[in-house]
Design a binder for this molecule. Structure first.
Ligand code: URA
Ligand code: ZN
Length: 389
């Protein structure tokens, strides 16, 4: 049975995606990953965004996943929110964001899409019942010049419905530990911008035994393991390269409860302490100066999109003294829809998505106090992102 939060709990969904129509058109104009294939027989277009989606043994109309209007329609987003009693959504562009833009048009496209998201939130908020509100995370034009990217970071505070940015793991192309990222970190830190770190690229296919092995279980290996490990590796590389030493006030919200970071933090810390290259006797490299635990309790927040009490407990424990106070509810809509197609009211379960109810149940049963549960559902996001409830 599902455990809906009590009726006086405000639910804020900080992990929920959209592809604006202009972005869908961009994907449909491409023929290499990421792209959208529109079958000539009029059936639902196919979203082929992960490299493992582009399985050459399948015809185009069977690759990837069907993409319906839930990927770009505000009405669908609001209807999903209503079904699951979500009052406020902070929407973000879905992967791979603006990573694929040609450098010359990247800045203007980013400005256009971020303005569009900000304005769409305003329009929807003005016309809908005030019990449903929308905000957004912006995207950065990562293929533009560092100066241009920094200019967009500094412009975002002028957009009132933008509550931070969503960022992938590749940075300027060489990862988030690239020293050339420093001007971006400096700008993000000076604006106290929340950085929602989200995976897209996964692990190399060889990590899973190659494309054929992956294809046997579809999206399971890339999404269940590739995504969380990608996030874990990206943030650990940032940590090891001293990003959190140089920018001690960075604010990062990690997707999928930090990937596996909460579970592995002890091992990361121990390996750092045992690394001879970092120690004074013979050591010649600068290791991170702060403990990973300190970073977890000051720079990092975690979403609660992990679908089990075991994962949530690890996240709460790793978050330090604030514990559950650093977790925030999310749904990952429109990914992980019902597979039985029953989304209409009148179904026994009200058309709810098991991907959402499993997270609601895990949070409700995780064993923290009622106030803390309410914090995870919405209070923490309101406080940390500056959203009035
Ligand atoms: N699959 C994706 O490609 N992105 C998500 O955010 C979730 C599932
Ligand atoms: Zn997501």
């Amino acid at each position: 049975s599902s455990t809906p939060p009590s009726t006086n709990t405000t639910i804020i969904d900080i992990h929920t995606h959209t592809y604006p129509p202009s972005y869908i058109d961009l994907l449909a104009s491409r023929t290499t990953v990421p792209y959208i294939h529109r079958p000539s027989d009029g059936s639902d277009p196919r979203l082929i965004i992960l490299s493992s989606d582009d399985d050459p043994s399948k015809p185009l109309h069977q690759r990837g996943r069907p993409i319906d209007k839930s990927y770009s329609s505000w009405a669908e987003k609001l209807s999903f929110m209503k079904t699951h009693s979500v009052s406020i959504s902070v929407v973000s562009l879905a992967n791979p964001w603006l990573d694929i833009l040609p450098p010359t048009t990247a800045l203007t496209t980013a400005q256009h899409i971020n303005n569009d998201l900000n304005a769409s939130c305003a329009t929807q908020n003005a016309k809908n019942d005030p019990s449903a509100r929308l905000y957004a995370f912006a995207s950065l034009p990562l293929s533009a010049t560092p100066d241009e990217i920094v200019s967009e970071i500094h412009r975002l505070p002028s957009l009132p419905n933008i509550k931070g940015i969503i960022l992938g793991t590749t940075g300027l192309g060489a990862g988030l530990d690239d020293p050339n990222m420093d001007p971006l970190w400096a700008a993000l830190e000076s604006n106290s911008t929340m950085i929602f770190l989200h995976p897209h690229y996964g692990l190399p296919e060889s990590a899973f035994g190659g494309a054929e092995t992956i294809a046997r279980s579809g999206h399971v290996l890339p999404l269940a393991l590739g995504f969380p490990l990608e996030t874990t590796i990206a943030v650990t590389r940032m940590y090891l390269s001293g990003v959190f030493d140089r920018f001690p006030r960075l604010r990062m919200l990690l997707a999928h409860s930090g990937g596996t970071l909460p579970f592995l933090a002890g091992r990361i810390q121990s390996c750092v302490e045992h690394e001879r290259d970092f120690t004074s006797n013979g050591g010649h490299k600068q290791g991170p100066r702060r403990e990973i635990w300190d970073v977890l309790r000051t720079n990092i927040w975690l979403d609660a999109v992990i679908y089990s009490k075991a994962g949530l407990k690890s996240a709460i424990e790793a978050a330090g003294p604030e514990g559950a106070g650093r977790l925030m509810f999310g749904t990952d809509h429109p990914f992980f829809p019902r597979v039985d197609g029953k989304e209409k009211d009148g179904e026994e379960d009200g058309g709810k998505w098991p991907s959402v109810t499993s997270n609601l149940e895990a949070i409700g049963g995780v064993g923290v106090g009622e106030e803390e549960v309410r914090g995870i559902f919405g209070g923490n996001a309101a406080r940390v992102l500056g959203i009035e409830i």
